[in-house]
Design a protein around this ligand. Structure first.
Ligand SMILES: [Zn+2]
Length: 355
């Protein structure tokens, strides 16, 4: 069992879906608001942003890195955090994450965050479409920009869940239909099923892996339409790697899809942090059905460097709890468990993205 504990402590992870850290420390209200993924507004006056599973996890796991005892109060935490120069604070948490390589989605508020290093980049398809809406030949311009960007990225991402829901017509639209839909866009924001589907098909045609936001996110998305099962028509029509991101609370559906389709993989990033103590059960459920070669580690941390560390810490701890139980019950050997840690922690991402 010691070999499993050692590997979980030492393994250098690949975080296959993550964002940058805030460029400035911000005030306490902003910090607390950033601990709440679902809400998009300030924390209401009757509660604290720490008053959440992830808030408990920050006090439990992050406080010791600031020289505080575990479970230090929110006030003590904020005071200690504020006393550390910000770049030192960021470096402390990023180093403690034990991540060898970050696969960064830089499309979310790029001016407010700095990408961790070393990293590879993921291209957001809807952003690319929005950059060519005014071109004379929209489909052609999209293809040219994608061709130009392709050598410098390791994959693409669609946020269809936020723009159209996943329950759309995933067939490839004609260039005429794309041009027509592009002309109909108002406010520069792409929310047309044809434009979203076109972007995904162009990425697929170039053999670029496609990350798809599924499940949990902030309240701008309709969770009912973010179930990855809606992607069945797309998955049946593609062969390039499709990475289902986050997936919670549809991680069991995602596990099924990862078992059913050779090119589908998934993660439970984001939820690992936000479920806090219950991330142990989440990781256990994510290990129920899918081949071990089809799950990838991700923190989906955004903004607060605490989250880049916490994702890693909670994942290591959960894998130890779940796989440790399997070993103790005689369901697998320690060597088997270490192999599963290596696959999900780093090897699968290196294979899928060709890192
Ligand atoms: Zn993300």
């Amino acid at each position: 069992m010691e070999a499993l504990t050692d590997r979980l402590r030492e393994i250098r992870l690949v975080d296959h879906h993550v964002h940058g850290t805030f460029t400035a420390p911000g005030d306490r209200a902003a910090f607390e608001a950033a601990l709440n993924e679902g809400s998009t507004g300030p924390v209401p006056s009757f509660m604290s942003g720490f008053d959440l599973p992830v808030g408990l996890a920050v006090r439990r796991w992050c406080a010791p890195l600031l020289g505080l005892p575990a479970h230090a109060s929110a006030d003590a935490y904020w005071e200690a955090r504020s006393a550390v120069p910000y770049d030192e604070l960021v470096a402390t948490f990023l180093d403690a994450a034990g991540v060898d390589h970050w696969v960064v989605d830089s499309g979310l508020t790029p001016t407010l965050v700095t990408a961790p290093e070393p990293s590879s980049e993921i291209l957001r398809l809807e952003l690319l479409m929005e950059s060519v809406l005014r071109e004379d030949d929209v489909p052609g311009a999209f293809r040219d920009r994608l061709d130009a960007a392709a050598p410098s990225v390791v994959g693409t991402k669609t946020i269809a869940a936020y723009r159209t829901g996943l329950d759309i017509d995933w067939s490839r639209p004609t260039d005429d239909a794309v041009a027509q839909e592009a002309r109909a866009v108002t406010g520069g924001r792409v929310a047309s099923p044809a434009l979203v589907s076109f972007g995904v098909h162009e990425a697929v045609e170039r053999g670029l892996p496609v990350q798809v936001h599924t499940g949990f996110g902030d309240r701008d998305l309709d969770l009912r339409r973010a179930d990855p099962m809606h992607l069945l028509p797309l998955l049946r029509a593609t062969e390039v790697p499709v990475l289902l991101l986050h997936c919670y609370p549809f991680h069991r559906q995602a596990g099924y899809l990862a078992q059913a389709f050779d090119h589908v993989s998934f993660d439970v990033g984001l939820a690992i942090n936000h479920l806090g103590a219950r991330s142990v059960e989440l990781v256990g459920e994510a290990l129920e059905l899918a081949p071990f070669a089809k799950q990838l580690y991700s923190s989906d941390a955004y903004g607060l460097p605490e989250l880049h560390y916490l994702g890693s810490q909670l994942w290591r701890r959960a894998m130890g709890e779940v796989l440790g139980t399997w070993v103790r019950r005689g369901d697998c050997s320690v060597d088997d468990a270490v192999g599963i840690v290596d696959e999900i922690g780093a090897d699968n991402a290196r294979r899928v993205y060709g890192l």
